[in-house]
Design a protein around this ligand. Sequence first.
Ligand SMILES: [Zn+2]
Length: 258
Amino acid sequence: MSTEDIRGAGGGSGPGGHRPLVAILSGAGISTDSGIPDYRGPNGLWRTDPDAEKLVTYSYYMADPEIRRRSWRLRLTGPALRARPNAGHEAVVRLERAGVPVRVITQNVDGLHQLAGLPERKVLELHGTARTVVCTRCRARSEMEKALERVRAGVADPECLRCGGILKPATVMFGEALDPAVLAEALGTARACEVFLAVGTSLQVEPAASLARVAAEHGARLVIVNADPTPYDALADRVVREPIGRSLPVLLAEFTRS
Ligand SMILES: [Zn+2]
């Protein structure tokens, strides 16, 4: 993996030169080393167990108190809020701290990029965040941890403390639309970047697939780090199959050398 391979023509950061915007699209694969399974993947829980999928489907969640109670119990014991960032997340932080303009677009709701130390403004969460809850009636937002404290204290389906509405995680459930503002910013980033790294994502679902296509159409060098083939491998300047925790630190370190 040479520096030239990655930066390519028009990139680079020689003396007086500009530093290219690096967009990093991260998917479930970057968080599996942190113990968070790929629920949405082709063999993930949400695809293979229709009952589990109901827990993250807006209409079921809103209509059925038992679904909500089960969801809250799962959140108490699930890995998401206990997970710690891994070498992949830390490599992205090092890149940003080295002064390379970085924008992370993530499909993950675990907040691990920020927990690793990436500033909030550098992270676009396409599917929202599981660290925050939102009221489905008054839209008030509060910390997930505060809601979980109430569940631990015996409130099986905690309601909004302001208006009594149904609370849900601030994630995009099946049946909910992506935040158009977040999506627009992600597309803008894909258009503007000079390098588009897709890490741990199959690039088979929207909007991830479109973001990769838009980046490539606008001249970005496409780098794909994923265990399995993606539909964009043929378009990519570089495809890396090695585990993310090992390959991403090496790959990103090349951008910080000048
Ligand atoms: Zn409310």
